[in-house]
Design a protein around this ligand. Structure first.
Ligand code: NAD
Length: 481
C-alpha cells in the first residue's frame, strides 16, 4: 500500500511522524493508501521556517520578483495538470473530465488572474493628486492557509496566489482528505524554486490546523471550510487579533422569474446544484420559482434530475461522482431520509445509491418540491446533490425567501428583464450574484457574508487579504520596493 509520509519545510522534504490515517477510495470504499500526518513539532518547524523566510527578504521583495515566482509556480502546475486531475479524481471521486476541465483549470485560471492583478496595482499608490500623501500595501507576514477537500487544488490556489503576490510567506494545512493533491502541488512548487521557507506544507486533521493557528508566528489566517470550524478559527484568531479571511458554507438561492427561458434555467440550475456531487460551497441548492411557471418547472426538474448520470470517477463523461467519504454520504442520506418522513414532495431521486452502482458513496440526484422556508432542508447546507423547489408570488417574496437563511454566499437570477435583474441583484444579501448563467469573471472577488464568512479571495481582493495598508504623509517615494 502506498504511504504518503512527507511534509515540506524550509524548501526540503521531511519525514512526517504524526498520526496515521487510512485513505479511503470513495468509489470502492476500500483503503487506497495511508497518510502519515505532521506532528505538532513539524507544525512549529514550518511556521518558524516561514517566519525566517519572511524576515530574510521575501517580505521586502519587489513586485517583479514575486510576479516571476508566481509565473514559475503556474508553469510548474501546468506541467503537472494531468497528474493533479488524476489525483483529484481518485481522492475526491470527481469524474476525470470534470477534474481536468473544472477542478484543475479553475485553479490555474485563478492563479493567472492573480498574476494579472499584480501588473496593475503597485505596492505604493498616491492617495490623491497631492504627492505628499500615499498609501502603501505591505504583506501581513506569515500566513496560515487551511483548506477543505471539495475543490482541493482550487481552494489552495486562491490562497497560495494571493499570499505569494502580497509578499507573505506561508504554511499550508490542506484537508486530511485531500492531502495527496496538496503533495503533488507542493512538488510543483518545489520545482518552481521559490526561496526556502516561502511555502511550507504540513498535513493533518483538526488538531494540526488548531496548532497552526495557535502559533505566534502566524500573522494572517486564510480559512476555507465549514461554518462550524470557521467559528472556532475566528474565536482563536481573536485572541491575538490575527487577521482572518473566512470562506465558509452556503445555501444559495436560484430565482426563476416567469419570463426566464425555463428549459435553459432548469438545465443550468440543476447542473449547478448537482456538479461535484453537490459538494460546492456556492451550489445553487435552493430553487425559487414564480408560481405561474412552478408546475412546469417541477415537472421538467424531475425529468432533468432523473436523466442526470451518476457514475464512476475514472469514466469519461459529464456524470457526477460519489460523495467523498462515508460520513459525508451518511449525512446526505440521513437528510434525504429525514425529509421523506416530513412529508415534503420527493419528485426525483431519494435515498440509496443508483441501482447500477454496487459500491461507493454515490447519492442519487434528488429534488424536493414545495419546501417551506422553515424546513431544515431549506436552511441547512447539505453538501450533496439535493435541490429544493419553492414557489413565490411576487418579486418581494422571492427576495425575502432568497435572504431567508443565515448564509450569504451566492445568488442566481433568471429573468429576461434587465431592470428586474438589477433590482434583485442589489437586494440579495450575498457576496456574489450571477444573472442568466453568466459565470463570474476570473479575478472577481469570491466570498460571502453572514454564516458564509467574511473577506474575499481572487484577483486583487485575494492579494489585499494578505496585506495591510499604511498611509505615509510627507515622505516622497524614493525606493519603490
Ligand atoms: P471542515 O471545516 O471540516 O475542514 C476544513 C479544514 O479545516 C480542513 O483542513 C480541516 O482539517 C480543518 N479543520 C477542521 N477543524 C479544525 C480546527 N478546529 N482548527 C483548525 N483547522 C480545522 O470543512 P470540510 O468538510 O473540509 O469542507 C466543506 C465545507 O467547506 C463546506 O461547508 C463548504 O461550503 C465549505 N467551503 C467553502 C468555500 C467558500 O469559498 N466559501 C469553498 C469550498 C468549501
Amino acid at each position: 500500500m502506498t504511504v504518503f509520509d512527507q511534509v515540506y519545510i524550509g524548501g526540503s522534504w521531511r519525514q512526517a511522524d504524526g498520526e496515521k490515517r487510512p485513505l479511503i477510495n470513495p468509489d470502492t470504499q476500500a483503503q487506497d493508501a495511508e497518510l502519515i500526518c505532521a506532528s505538532v513539532d513539524a507544525c512549529h518547524a514550518a511556521t518558524a521556517s516561514a517566519r525566517r523566510a519572511f524576515e530574510a527578504g521575501w517580505g521586502r521583495s519587489d513586485l517583479l520578483t514575486r510576479r516571476a515566482a508566481l509565473n514559475q509556480v503556474i508553469t510548474q502546475i501546468e506541467a503537472r495538470a494531468e497528474d493533479l486531475a488524476q489525483c483529484i479524481s481518485r481522492e475526491l471521486g470527481a469524474p476525470i473530465d470534470f477534474a481536468r476541465s473544472a477542478q484543475v483549470s479553475a485553479a490555474l485560471a485563478h492563479l493567472r488572474a492573480t498574476e494579472r492583478a499584480m501588473t496593475t496595482r503597485p505596492q505604493d499608490r498616491p492617495l490623491t493628486t497631492n504627492p505628499d500623501h500615499r498609501l502603501r500595501y505591505e504583506p501581513l507576514g506569515v500566513a496560515g492557509l487551511i483548506t477543505p477537500w471539495n475543490w482541493p487544488l482550487n481552494q489552495v490556489a486562491l490562497k497560495l496566489g494571493g499570499a505569494l503576490a502580497a509578499g507573505c510567506t506561508m504554511v499550508l494545512k490542506p484537508s486530511e482528505l485531500s492531502s495527496r493533491t496538496a503533495l503533488i502541488l507542493t512538488e510543483a512548487i518545489h520545482a518552481a524554486d521559490l526561496p526556502p521557507g516561502v511555502f511550507n506544507l504540513i498535513t493533518g486533521a483538526s488538531d494540526i490546523g488548531a496548532a497552526l493557528i495557535a502559533s505566534p508566528d502566524i500573522d494572517v489566517v486564510s480559512f476555507t471550510g465549514s461554518t462550524q470550524t470557521g467559528r472556532f478559527i475566528a474565536a482563536e484568531a481573536a485572541q491575538r487579533m490575527t487577521r482572518t479571511t473566512l470562506e465558509l458554507g452556503g445555501k444559495s438561492a436560484n430565482i426563476l422569474f416567469e419570463d426566464c427561458n425555463l428549459e435553459t434555467a432548469l438545465t443550468q440550475g440543476l447542473a449547478h446544484c448537482f456538479r461535484n456531487a453537490g459538494q460546492s460551497c456556492n451550489a445553487a441548492s435552493r430553487m425559487l420559482i414564480a408560481r405561474d411557471i412552478y408546475d412546469d418547472a417541477v415537472a421538467l426538474a424531475a425529468q432533468i434530475a432523473d436523466a442526470t448520470q451518476v457514475d464512476r470517477p475514472h469514466l469519461s463523461g459529464a456524470h457526477i461522482g460519489p460523495q467523498i467519504s462515508a460520513s459525508q454520504y451518511a449525512k446526505v442520506q440521513a437528510f434525504i431520509a429525514g425529509v421523506e418522513t416530513q412529508g415534503m414532495r420527493l419528485i426525483a431521486g431519494g435515498t440509496g445509491r443508483p441501482n447500477h452502482l454496487e459500491t461507493g458513496y454515490y447519492s442519487r440526484p434528488t429534488v424536493f418540491a414545495d419546501v417551506p422556508p422553515d424546513a431544515p432542508l431549506f436552511q441547512d447546507e447539505i453538501f450533496g446533490p439535493v435541490l429544493t423547489m419553492t414557489p413565490f408570488d411576487s418579486e418581494e417574496e422571492a427576495i425575502a425567501l432568497a435572504n431567508a437563511t443565515p448564509y450569504g454566499l451566492a445568488g442566481y437570477i433568471q429573468t429576461a428583464d434587465p431592470a428586474r435583474a438589477d433590482r434583485v441583484a442589489k437586494s440579495l444579501r450575498v457576496g456574489m450574484v450571477q444573472v442568466n448563467g453568466i459565470s463570474r469573471e476570473d479575478g472577481a472577488p469570491f466570498g460571502g457574508r453572514g454564516l458564509s464568512g467574511y473577506g474575499r479571495e481572487a484577483g486583487l481582493w485575494g492579494i489585499r487579504a494578505f496585506q495591510d495598508v499604511k498611509s505615509i504623509s510627507g515622505a516622497a517615494l524614493v525606493d519603490p520596493v
